[in-house]
Design a protein around this ligand. Structure first.
Ligand code: SF4
Length: 895
C-alpha cells in the first residue's frame, strides 16, 4: 500500500511516497508540486532516522516514569496552582515549526483563549519573523506573493543570504535544471561566504555582512536614475514611494557609494543592477541571512521595495520570495503561533479581531495584548515572571541566543514541561515533566510550505511505546484544567475544520488567509486532501498560485506599501576578534535529534567545525584539522578548524547543529548575544564577535562502541577535553582529545599503559587485547563481550587515519585471533583508510572522487557514471564540481 506524506525538514515541503510492501520504502512523490519526485540527502535518508532507539517512550514526572493519566493530572494541577497564585501571565508555551498545524492550533487556543496567557511563541521567531513583519508592512498581511512554479518561468535568480544548495536543495536543483536547459539564465548569489550555492553562479557578491540593505537601496536608486520604474504600477497600486526613494538616494545614490559600503567593486554592483534591469523575470529568493539580523525587517522591505518599484510582484516568473526554514513555519504563522499574533492571521492591533476570535472560540479568557517574543520570553523566565513553561518539539537550550543563560533560566524555573520525541536533549535535561510525543511518520495533520501550499503529513507507522500526538496531549491537559467542552476533538480533521472555519469567520475578503473552501471537509476528504495553496475560497476554489496579481493588497488603502529604510552603521569588530556567522550544513537538521540518528548523514561533516580564512588562521596559530576554542563574554565553543578561502578574512563560520548530546562544547548559540530586530523580535543570530585560540590537547582518542554502552559512557567522556560523537552503521564513535593531565599520564612522550588501563577501567571498559607501541606513543585496545567486540580504542599523540567503516563492520560478529589483531591496526587487510564522505546517498568518499578525476572524469556526470555519486538526490553536485575544479587546477599546476 502506498501513502503520500511530506518531508519533515525544510520549508520546501517535498512530497514523499511511502510504500509498505517490503518494509517501509520512502521515495520522492512525483506528483507533489514542490519536488516532482526529487528529494535531497536529508529527505532521502529519512527511513534511517526511524526506530525506537533513543526515543522517549513514556511520560516522566520529576525523573520517575508515570502513567499518562498521572502525567496529565500533574501538568494540569501544577499549571493551575501557578496560575492561581501568580495569574495566567505566569505560564507560557514555546512551540515549534516542527509541529503540525492542528497541534499548533489547539496549543494557541488553549493559551490565548482559555488559560488567558498571551505568552505563546515559537522557534519560528528565530527564522522568519522578520519576513512576517516585512510582508505585513508591505502587503498589509503575511502573504507570500509567488510560487515555486515561478522558478521555471524566471530568467534571473538572485539568492540573498540563502545557501539554497544546502538548505533548500530541491528548489536549488530546480534552478540548476533551468540554468542547464538555458545557460543564458542568470544566477547571482549575495552572501559574505562563497557557499555551495555559488558553484555555477554567474556572479557572487561577497559583500560585507549586513550591508545587503544598502545594496538594495542602491538598486532602488539605480532603477530611478536609469528610468526603469513602473510608474503606472507605483501610482495605481502602491503608497510611500517618494519617501522610500528619497531615503535610499541619501545613502545609496551612486554605485560607488554602494560599493564602498558593501565592500564590493563598482563593477560587481553594476553587474547586479544591470541584470535586475535586463531581466524583468527576476526572482529574489531570501532566507536567514536576511532575516536573522537586527535590521532583518528593513532588509526584507528593501528587497520588496525594488520589486514594487518595477511592478514585478504577483506576476509569473518574478517577485520577492521568502524561503522558510522549517516544514511548518508557515502553518504556525497561520494559527497565530507567534506571540504578537492571535489566530488565523489576526492580531491584537484591532479590537474587532480580538472580539471575533473570542466569539468564535467562545473563549472565557481571551488575551488582548501581545505576549513575550522568544528572547523576551526566556528573559521573563530568567526574571521569574514566567514560572511555568511548556516547550514542544524544540530545543531552546541549543538554538536560542545566549543559550547558556537560557539553560540557567530553565534550570531555575519552577516548572518546565517538555514534549519531545527523543529521550535526551539539552532542553529535556532541564525539564521537570517530560511527555513522549509522536514524531514524523507516526502523526497525522497538515503543514504549509514556503509557497503557501498546505500538504498532508500522514501516519505511516504506529506510535512507539506510550507516545501520543501533541494535539491529544494538549487537549487532555485542557480537559483536566476544566475546558473539556472546547477541546473535545475527534481527530486532526476536526481541528483542521475549526481552524479553516475561523479563517472564514466574518471574513468578507479583508483577510488574505481564508480557508472557507476547506471548512466543510469530511474526514475522508481531509484524509485525501491534495496539496493546495491558500487562500481556498469562492474566489480561488482550487487555491491561488500568486497573490497581488490584481494589484490589490491587504492594507487599509488596498495599496502595497513602500517602506523607507536606511542602513545603520555596523558595530565595530573588537580588536583580536572575528565576526562570527552561524548557519546550517547540508546533511543535518537543527539540533540533530533526527538527522543525528542516520550514520550516513554524519559522514559529510562529522564534528562541530570552524571555517576560517587561511590568513586569519596563520595569525591566530590555527591549523587545518586542529582544534580551536571560540569565546567571548557569553560563553565558549570548541570546534575542528577548516581553512577555506570561501570565508572572508576577519570573519568565520560555525554550524548551528551540535549539542551536548553530540559534542563537549559544540553549541554555537552560547556565543551569540540576544540582540533582536526591534520590529520583528527576531534574534540577530549571524553577528556575534569571538576570540579564537588554538586548543592544543595532546592525546587524540578514537573510541568505537556498541550503542548500548553510549548512554553510560558519553557523560563520562564528554566532560573533559574535547569530545564529539558520531553514529556509525552499527556503532557509535567518540572522537576525543585530551590533555595529558586528563589521562593522568606520566611525564614525557611515552604512554603509561597502566594508567591508560586505569582510565579505560574508570569508563567501565576492560580491554582484553592490547597493542602498545610505547615508543611511538600509540595505544590500541579492544574489549569483547560474549566473544563479540564491544568497544575498541585508539590513542595517539597525532591524527590516525583509521578505516572507520571497516572497524564498524567488525562489531556484531565473532572474530578470529588474526582478525582481532588486524582490527588493532585500524585498517582492513587492503589497507584502505577513510576520507570525508561527499555523496552521502552512495557513501562515496573524497579520496575515490579525486582518484576518479585524476583518472579522467571531468564532469559530475562522468563521476556519477563511474561512482554513482550525485545521481540520487544531487545535493553533493556543487561539491563534486568544486572538487573537479580544484583537482584539475592542481593537475595544471603540476604540468
Ligand atoms: S529539500 Fe530536502 S529537507 Fe527540504 S523538504 Fe525537500 S527533501 Fe526535505
Amino acid at each position: 500500500m502506498q501513502l503520500q506524506s511530506t518531508c519533515p525538514y525544510c520549508g520546501v515541503g517535498c512530497g514523499i511516497v511511502a510504500d509498505h510492501q517490503s518494509g517501509l520504502q520512502l521515495s520522492g512523490d512525483k506528483e507533489h508540486p514542490a519536488n516532482y519526485g526529487r528529494l535531497c540527502v536529508k529527505g532521502s535518508a529519512l527511513a534511517q532516522t526511524l526506530g525506537e532507539q533513543g526515543r522517549l517512550l513514556a511520560p516522566k514526572v520529576d525523573g520517575q516514569t508515570v502513567s499518562w493519566s498521572e502525567a496529565i493530572d500533574t501538568v494540569a494541577s501544577r499549571l493551575s496552582a501557578i496560575i492561581a497564585q501568580y495569574g495566567p501571565g505566569s505560564v507560557a508555551m514555546y512551540l515549534s515549526g516542527q509541529l503540525l498545524t492542528e497541534d499548533y492550533y489547539v496549543a494557541n487556543k488553549l493559551m490565548k483563549g482559555f488559560i488567558g496567557s498571551p505568552h505563546v511563541d515559537t522557534n519560528s521567531r528565530l527564522c522568519m519573523a522578520s519576513t512576517v513583519a516585512g510582508h505585513k508592512r508591505a502587503f498589509g498581511a503575511d502573504i507570500v506573493p509567488g510560487c515555486y512554479a515561478d522558478i521555471e518561468l524566471a530568467r534571473c535568480y538572485i539568492l540573498v543570504g540563502a545557501n539554497m544548495a544546502w538548505n533548500h536543495p530541491v528548489l536549488f536543483q530546480r534552478i540548476q535544471a533551468c540554468k542547464q536547459q538555458d545557460p543564458s539564465r542568470k544566477i547571482i548569489v549575495i552572501d559574505p561566504r562563497r557557499s555551495a550555492s555559488c558553484e555555477g553562479a554567474d556572479l557572487h557578491l561577497a559583500l560585507k555582512p549586513g550591508s545587503d540593505l544598502l545594496l538594495f537601496n542602491g538598486l532602488l536608486s539605480f532603477l530611478a536614475k536609469e528610468n526603469q520604474l513602473d510608474h503606472d504600477f507605483i501610482l495605481a497600486h502602491t503608497q510611500g514611494f517618494s519617501e522610500a526613494l528619497a531615503t535610499a538616494q541619501q545613502q545609496a545614490g551612486t554605485i560607488e557609494q554602494v560599493a564602498l559600503g558593501c565592500d564590493l567593486t563598482a563593477e560587481q554592483v553594476a553587474a547586479l543592477y544591470r541584470c535586475f534591469i535586463d531581466e524583468p523575470l527576476t526572482l529574489t529568493l531570501f532566507s536567514q541571512g536576511v532575516n536573522q539580523a537586527q535590521n532583518g525587517t528593513d532588509k526584507v522591505n528593501a528587497i520588496i521595495n525594488c520589486h514594487l518599484a518595477t511592478g514585478r510582484i504577483g506576476k509569473a516568473g518574478c517577485g520577492p520570495f521568502s524561503l522558510t526554514g522549517q516544514p511548518n513555519a508557515m502553518g504556525g504563522r497561520e494559527v497565530g503561533g507567534l506571540a504578537n499574533q492571535l489566530a488565523a492571521h489576526m492580531d491584537y492591533s484591532q479590537n474587532a479581531d480580538i472580539e471575533l476570535v473570542q466569539e468564535f472560540w467562545q473563549a472565557p479568557n481571551i488575551c488582548r495584548q501581545p505576549g513575550y517574543k522568544a528572547v523576551d520570553l526566556f528573559t521573563a523566565v530568567e526574571r521569574g515572571d514566567v514560572k511555568a513553561i511548556w516547550i514542544m518539539a524544540t530545543n531552546p537550550v541549543v538554538s536560542m541566543p545566549e543559550a547558556d543563560r537560557v539553560k540557567a533560566a530553565l534550570q531555575a524555573c519552577p516548572l518546565v514541561i517538555v514534549s519531545d520525541i527523543v529521550s535526551h536533549t539539552d532542553t529535556i535535561a532541564c525539564a521537570d515533566i517530560v511527555l513522549p510525543a509522536t514524531g514524523w511518520s507516526e502523526k497525522d495533520g497538515t503543514v504549509t510550505n514556503s509557497e503557501r501550499r498546505i500538504s498532508r503529513q500522514r501516519a505511516l507507522l504506529p506510535a512507539p511505546g506510550l507516545a501520543r500526538h501533541d494535539w491529544q496531549i494538549i487537549c487532555d491537559v485542557a480537559a483536566a484544567m476544566g475546558f473539556a467542552e472546547h477541546f473535545n476533538y475527534s481527530g486532526p480533521a476536526d481541528i483542521f475544520a475549526e481552524h479553516a472555519a475561523l479563517s472564514a469567520y466574518k471574513n468578507s475578503g479583508q483577510r488574505a488567509f481564508d480557508l472557507s473552501g476547506l471548512m466543510q471537509l469530511t474526514v475522508q476528504q481531509y484524509q485525501d486532501l491534495a496539496p493546495v495553496q491558500w487562500p481556498v475560497n469562492s474566489k480561488y476554489p482550487d487555491g491561488a498560485s500568486r497573490l497581488g496579481s490584481d494589484g490589490q493588497f491587504y492594507t487599509a488603502s488596498g495599496k502595497a506599501g513602500f517602506i523607507a529604510v536606511s542602513q545603520q552603521q555596523a558595530a565595530d569588530v573588537a580588536a583580536d576578534h572575528l565576526l562570527l556567522n552561524t548557519g546550517r550544513i547540508r546533511d543535518q537538521w537543527h539540533s540533530m535529534t533526527r538527522t543525528g540518528r542516520a550514520a550516513a548523514l554524519l559522514q559529510h561533516r562529522a564534528e562541530p567545525f570552524l571555517e576560517v580564512h587561511p590568513q586569519d588562521a596563520e595569525q591566530l596559530g590555527l591549523t587545518d584539522g586542529g582544534l580551536a576554542r571560540l569565546s567571548n563574554s557569553l560563553g565558549q565553543m570548541d570546534a575542528r578548524v577548516r581553512l577555506t578561502e570561501a570565508q572572508r578574512s576577519g570573519e568565520c563560520f560555525v554550524p548551528i547543529h551540535w549539542t551536548d548530546q553530540f559534542s563537549s562544547q559544540g553549541r554555537c548559540d552560547v556565543l551569540v548575544p540576544a540582540l533582536v530586530d526591534p520590529v520583528s523580535g527576531q534574534p540577530a543570530l549571524k553577528q556575534a564577535q569571538v576570540k579564537i585560540l588554538p586548543l592544543n590537547l595532546h592525546w587524540q582518542v578514537w573510541l568505537m562502541l556498541k550503542p548500548e554502552l553510549d548512554e553510560q559512557l558519553w557523560p563520562l567522556c564528554r566532560s573533559s577535553g574535547y569530545a564529539s560523537k558520531q553514529k556509525q552503521s552499527q556503532t557509535v564513535l567518540y572522537q576525543l582529545e585530551l590533555a595529558e593531565m586528563d589521562l593522568a599520564l606520566a611525564a614525557g612522550t611515552g604512554l603509561d599503559a597502566a594508567r591508560l588501563q586505569l582510565w579505560l577501567s574508570s569508563l567501565g571498559i576492560q580491554p582484553e587485547l592490547c597493542s602498545q607501541a610505547l615508543t611511538l606513543g600509540h595505544y590500541r585496545a579492544a574489549a569483547f563481550q560474549a566473544e563479540q567486540l564491544s568497544c575498541c580504542v585508539f590513542i595517539s599523540p597525532e591524527p590516525l587515519n583509521l578505516a572507520l567503516e571497516y572497524l564498524d563492520q567488525q562489531f556484531n560478529k565473532e572474530l578470529s585471533l588474526s582478525e582481532r589483531r588486524q582490527l588493532l591496526t585500524g585498517r582492513s587487510r587492503s589497507g584502505e583508510a577513510q576520507s570525508a564522505v561527499i555523496c552521502s546517498c552512495f557513501q562515496v568518499c573524497e579520496a575515490s572522487i579525486c582518484a576518479a578525476i585524476r583518472q579522467g572524469c571531468q564532469s559530475y556526470q562522468q563521476l556519477g557514471q563511474r561512482l554513482k555519486c550525485g545521481t540520487n538526490c544531487g545535493s553533493c553536485i556543487p561539491e563534486l564540481k568544486a572538487l573537479i575544479a580544484s583537482e584539475l587546477s592542481l593537475q595544471g599546476e603540476r604540468l
